[in-house]
Design a protein around this ligand. Structure first.
Ligand code: RFL
Ligand code: PHB
Length: 404
């Protein structure tokens, strides 16, 4: 068995793990990342596209923002369409200057990977049998296998950045952990294509046929989503089926501009709200999707991961730079306050914009839930105050500072 040591062991090289690693390294805090799959596989997951200002600032602080600043597209607003009638949510005006940035998760991950490689920071890709041991002890360990060799990594702290299906969360004993969950009766079928987007801004479109989202990655690359029953398989949907259905769910002027083309990626994501409390156990800290999942309707998943990273980064910096370990216990409380806000917003947007007709969840209530949702979205899009409530949450709440 090879034995190695570091200060912070990071499980998972998704955006949470890579961003945390980069920030810690900038402060001179040693870290090693252990990842289950290859770097190429990580980059194959398409996912998020909208970054809050807090995320953008953090990437800048990590010193990895060059390409994001050059290629990211600032979005001052987006549209909500209800049965073809559009309401513009002008983020910038409604919030007094805040915007979001359209820059893909794959690109952020690629930039972070390149920075990590050029600084010769260690990542063990394609590791198996990853196990967290003695997380309540002063020196926890992570054991794993890599290229046929067994390793034992000793550290001060472990950051569990290994996503929803990782090993970190189940390391917290079941009687200590509370898991809150809501599973929705539909998923999102996503399609990426090298075609120009239908609009300069995102369109969240609620229709009787179900929800659709028109998003983008660049002026020549579009990302679209359709609400589909959770039982649908991606093989059930040809590209042609997708484009025909999307056209029916977009407002008429956008539908008229829709340019179709072959998909370069197509996948179905189930929708779920999930929170694990607490997010800390001994010297183990859960970060990002390892601790919480939101339905993608509010574009919050990656952004909540970033606020967890920001909090843990501030704590680790205080621990290693000022020798103050009293702040360690603040992590879960601070992170969860923002997480629950994001969870509530994502759930609310999901309920307002999706069609629950014929879904098993709606059976008991007939179409009552649908009528409530319709009335709610009409109410919020009808006034400046209502639109501001949406805008403030979409651009993201401020990050909380540590208590002194
Ligand atoms: P990830 O990205 O899942 O990375 C976890 C990493 O851990 C590895 N791993 C392990 N490593 C070692 N040992 C083990 N036992 C391991 N088990 C797993 C995995 O291989 C992986 O590399 O979690 P992270 O870093 O916390 O990042 C979270 C984000 O990926 C996620 O929240 C967002 O993608 C959510 N999301 C969106 N978020 C936004 O903020 N804005 C958006 O516009 C947005 N759109 C989306 C989304 C998610 C989507 N899907 C597919 C769920 C759109 C979609 C369709
Ligand atoms: C995306 O571009 O992938 C995207 C944008 C906004 C969302 C979800 C996903 O709410």
């Amino acid at each position: 068995m090879k034995t190695i040591t570091t200060q912070v062991a990071i499980i998972g090289a998704g955006p949470s793990g890579l961003l945390l690693g980069q920030l810690l390294s900038k402060q001179g805090i040693d870290n090693i990342i252990i990842e289950r799959v290859s770097g190429e596989y990580v980059l194959g997951r398409i996912r998020a596209g909208i970054l809050e200002q807090g995320f953008v600032n953090l990437v800048r602080e990590a010193g990895v923002s060059e390409r994001m600043d050059a290629e990211g597209i600032v979005h001052d607003g987006f549209d909500i369409a209800v049965d073809g009638k559009c309401t513009h949510i002008n983020l910038k005006e409604l919030t007094g200057g805040d915007t979001v940035l359209c820059y893909g998760q794959v690109d952020i991950t690629k930039d972070l990977m390149a920075a990590r490689a050029s600084a010769s920071l260690v990542t063990y890709y394609e590791s198996s049998e990853v196990k967290l041991n003695d997380v309540k002890a002063a020196t926890p360990t992570v054991t794993f296998e890599h290229l046929g060799e067994k390793y034992q990594l000793s550290c001060d702290y472990i950051a569990g950045c290994d996503g929803f299906h990782g090993v970190s969360r189940p390391t917290i004993p079941a009687d200590v952990r509370t898991e809150h969950e809501r599973v929705y009766p539909f998923g999102w079928l996503g399609l990426m294509s090298d075609t120009p987007p239908v609009s300069d801004e995102l369109i969240y479109s609620k229709t009787k046929r179900g929800f659709a989202l028109a998003s983008m990655r660049s002026p020549t690359r579009s990302r679209y989503y359709l609400q589909v029953p959770v039982t649908d398989k991606v093989e059930d949907w040809s590209d042609d089926d997708f484009w025909q259905e999307l056209k029916k769910r977009l407002p008429a002027d956008a539908a008229a501009k829709l340019v179709t083309g072959p998909s370069i990626e197509k996948s179905i994501a189930p929708l779920r709200s999930f929170v694990c409390e607490p997010m800390q156990y001994g010297n183990l800290f859960l970060v990002g999707d390892a601790a919480h999942i939101v339905p993608p309707t509010g574009a919050k998943g990656l952004n909540l991961a970033a606020s967890d990273v920001a909090t843990l980064y501030k704590i680790m910096t205080r621990v290693y730079k000022e020798g103050d370990k009293n702040c360690l216990h603040q992590y879960s409380e601070i992170a969860l306050r923002r997480v629950w806000h994001g969870e509530r917003f994502s759930w609310w947007m999901t309920n307002m914009l999706h069609n629950f007709d014929g879904m098993s969840d709606a059976k008991e209530q007939g179409d009552t839930q649908g009528r409530f949702a319709e009335s709610e979205i009409n109410y919020y899009t009808a006034s400046e105050n209502g639109k501001r409530v949406i805008a403030e949450q979409y651009v993201g709440l401020a990050y909380e500072e540590l208590a002194p």
